[in-house]
Design a protein around this ligand. Structure first.
Ligand code: IFM
Length: 761
């Protein structure tokens, strides 16, 4: 992968693959995925190659398939395919190919690929493939291919809609249609009954002159419709194919629950309005939207010694945009976004703890939509609690559609035990509220979320009469290597925090907003819940540092077999570690962690422990953590930055930045790692930039790595957009909105920003 190929306005925006990897084409399919939050389209090659896993996923269209382990996003019939032949031979980068290049431009979302290809009998073609998924028109996909013959050639092309893709068994075909140049397939998901329409339209030119070839439409099965064309090209001639496609579903917000005829009418009207457009014009419109929504308002500019760091943070911003269905508050972000089948499109704590801070600080409306998803699924969370013998709202570890409830596959214990998700949701609500001051949201949804999650915790606590404490037994904490454990520090502290928030806002509402209090008290029985919260909150057992200064991750962690890296061969490859650990009795028996756990707690709640204790624990747990989850490195890096451990912070950041973008090919085959991308933003802005919600204040305490000259970005605080530039010798903050006074906390002092503030060290 090349990280520094962009020039001019695209410098720091281009990711490039120079050598085609025939063994692992899935890597660039994922990391160069296109999309817009409504749908994600994997960047598979137009021509099929061995091992490709093409996929188009539309947010929220979950379906359960008989015999499967959980509901998942179906793979929409594919429109990216174009199969070229020269004589009997299929054009493929697997064959005799030269000058290959595949690039993704984050600035405008353009995927470009080209190569030269020579047939066995010496006929040469130059092929250029361009593709864009519009950020402006969510339903629109456009491809353009220029095929230049370097020798006289007879070229065949098969292109259309192919439903025979992985995870396509979700669909019951409803029909197909070929009207002139437009092809269409309709289908409905088998269990959730969501109607889908996929349409595509081809246009052809030779040397810029429109031609109207015979389409030769064929179909080999119920979910396939193809045009089959033939062209004679003289040496030097260029055939241009423009393929414009659209995807509509009955889950779309504006047509929710519509039937197939209504869906087809919408899709057809849309196709009629876009089929004459060019890729250039669609790209220009989409690029303007990229600029409006992202690059002009929340770009993060990094001036440092390594160009890949700038690219990494833009890679994160790009993917955080295309993965997030923030246009529809019935949907949330999947752990792989919409870039692949991994984790079935399910939502985890990844949203609240790893991505939400980015949305809250850069576009609060988008953040609100993600939290409203939780509110909209509170009914299922209440049922989940009831089913498991608890009260209030117990959010599922993995969630999909609003009414699905817990959908973690049974083979994983996380669905039964990883309960911290419920407190993570509350943390997200509070974080959003403090940064935005959005009282309307709180009264409509936020307070109810805080109260009902607290009700869950007070019922989840177990009283230990001997010690007169409340414990939380049999859980999985963030470190998922440890199952059936008692008193996971992260879980216990967050449960207490959840109760503290509920107590605080109960008292505040009762005093200041009696009518809101009355309404919620009547609905949720707050008075009696409050009495229980008050009784239990200070008796929750909270692990503290022991005589060695170590905070136990849970009741047993520090008693396990210690195979820390000193004197032990610790592979970077988790599976090899697992084999070694297996011989010692399994993951539950040894002191190794999958991901940040106590460190996650110390990063999020910086005042719980002294700097000395944090540093000691950092190195203790880092030595025992194999970062087998993509959520781990960014937390360790940001925490290291907070602790002033600059070299460690930048080393860990470098590894976090390469989780998807880096050279390990298999790492992203099933999709990018959404949380890790939120984590990259957190490392740069919250870690190195030192931006933090601290209590109810905005604190700025930069920790720029030594080889970094500057980081600049915008953040939004209480509705004011603040332009922040951090340098080695100080930082500036400008209030770009300027309709409200904002103060920042720096070195313990609250300083008004006014129009602009400059701090020199
Ligand atoms: O939520 C994470 C979890 O913390 C580690 N395993 C993968 C999940 C989805 O990203």
């Amino acid at each position: 992968m090349v990280y520094n190929s962009g020039t001019g306005e695209y410098k720091g925006f281009i990711l490039k693959e120079e050598v085609f990897d025939a063994e692992m084409p899935q890597k660039t399919e994922s990391i160069m995925c296109l999309g817009n939050g409504y749908m994600g389209v994997r960047s598979s090659n137009e021509e099929y190659v061995k091992e490709d896993s093409r996929g188009t996923y539309v947010a929220g269209t979950f379906n359960f398939m008989e015999g499967d382990e959980a509901t998942e996003l179906p793979n929409v019939p594919d429109v990216t395919n174009m199969l070229f032949t020269v004589g009997e031979e299929t054009v493929s980068p697997d064959g005799n190919m030269a000058n290959y290049e595949k690039t993704l431009n984050f600035k405008n979302g353009l995927l470009r690929r080209y190569f030269e290809w020579t047939s066995k009998d010496g006929k040469r073609l130059h092929l250029e493939f361009l593709r864009v998924v519009s950020l402006k028109d969510f339903h629109l996909i456009c491809s353009k291919v220029n095929v230049t013959a370097l020798d006289d050639c007879e070229i065949g092309l098969k292109s259309g809609i192919e439903g025979n893709v992985m995870h396509c068994a979700h669909f019951e075909p409803c029909g197909m249609n070929a009207a002139n140049d437009v092809l269409q397939i309709t289908a409905v998901t088998k269990e959730s009954g969501i109607p889908f329409s996929v349409m595509t339209c081809h246009r052809f030119e030779i040397n810029g002159v429109k031609i109207e070839p015979d389409f030769g439409v064929t179909s080999e099965h119920d979910l396939q419709i193809m045009a089959n064309l033939a062209f004679s090209l003289k040496a030097g001639n260029t055939l241009t194919i423009t393929k414009i496609s659209n995807v509509f579903t009955g889950r779309d917000k504006e047509r929710d629950g519509c039937d197939m005829p209504a869906l087809v009418a919408d899709a057809s009207a849309h196709m009629a309005s876009v089929k004459g457009r060019t890729l250039e014009d669609i790209l220009e419109e989409s690029a303007a939207e990229w600029d409006r929504r992202v690059w002009s308002v929340r770009d993060v500019k990094v001036d440092c010694d390594k160009e890949e760091y700038q690219l990494a943070v833009r890679f994160a911003l790009y993917h955080l945009t295309i993965m997030a269905p923030v246009h529809d508050n019935r949907m949330n972000i999947g752990a792989k976004g919409l870039s692949g089948p991994g984790y079935k499109g399910h939502t985890f704590w990844d949203t609240e703890i790893f991505m939400l801070p980015y949305f809250i600080f850069t576009c609060p409306e988008e953040a609100r939509s993600l939290i409203e998803y939780r509110y909209n699924s509170i009914g299922a969370a209440r049922e989940n609690a009831k089913k498991k013998g608890f009260e209030g709202a117990m959010f599922p570890w993995e969630s999909a559609w609003l009414t699905d409830g817990e959908i973690t596959p049974d083979k994983y214990k996380t669905g039964l035990q990883e309960h911290h998700i419920t407190a993570d949701v509350a943390v997200g609500v509070y974080y959003y509220y403090i940064v935005t001051g959005d009282e309307e949201f709180m009264e409509r949804c936020g307070y109810e979320l805080l109260f009902d999650t607290a009700k869950f915790w007070s019922s989840r606590l177990e009283y230990n009469a001997e010690k007169d404490i409340y414990e939380i037994l049999c859980v999985i904490g963030p470190d998922e290597y440890k199952e059936d454990i008692d008193n996971n520090a992260y879980t216990n502290y967050l449960a207490q925090y959840n109760l503290q928030l509920a107590i605080h806002y109960y008292e505040k509402l009762k005093a200041d907003r009696p009518e809101v209090y009355e309404r919620l008290n009547e609905a949720l029985g707050l008075d009696s819940a409050y009495a229980i919260w008050c009784d239990r909150v200070d008796k929750i057992y909270l692990p503290r540092e022991n005589e060695d200064g170590l905070v136990p991750q849970d009741d047993t962690y520090l008693t396990l077999i210690d195979i820390s890296r000193d004197g032990y061969v610790f592979s970077e490859h988790p599976h090899e570690v697992h084999e070694e650990v297996w011989k010692l009795g399994g993951l539950n028996k040894v002191m190794i962690s999958k991901q940040a756990d106590v460190m996650q707690l110390m990063y999020m709640f910086e005042d719980l422990f002294s700097a000395e204790v944090k540093k000691k624990n950092f190195y203790f747990y880092e030595r025992r953590c194999i970062h087998d989850s993509s959520l781990s490195l960014s937390t360790y890096s940001a925490l290291a930055a907070d602790l002033g451990e600059k070299d460690t912070a930048i080393t860990l950041f470098g590894r976090a930045a390469m989780i998807d973008m880096g050279p390990v090919m298999w790492s992203s085959h099933a999709g990018i790692h959404a949380a890790s991308l939120g984590g990259i933003w957190q490392c740069v802005v919250l870690g190195f930039g030192g931006v933090r919600r601290y209590g109810e204040n905005l604190r700025i305490e930069p920790n720029l790595p030594d080889n970094w000259n500057e980081v600049s970005t915008n953040i939004v605080w209480k509705g004011q957009t603040l332009a922040l530039t951090v340098k080695q010798d100080g930082f500036t903050v400008k209030n770009l909105t300027g309709t409200k006074e904002v103060s920042i906390l720096h070195k313990g002092e609250l300083i008004p920003v006014g129009e602009a503030l400059e701090i020199k060290y």
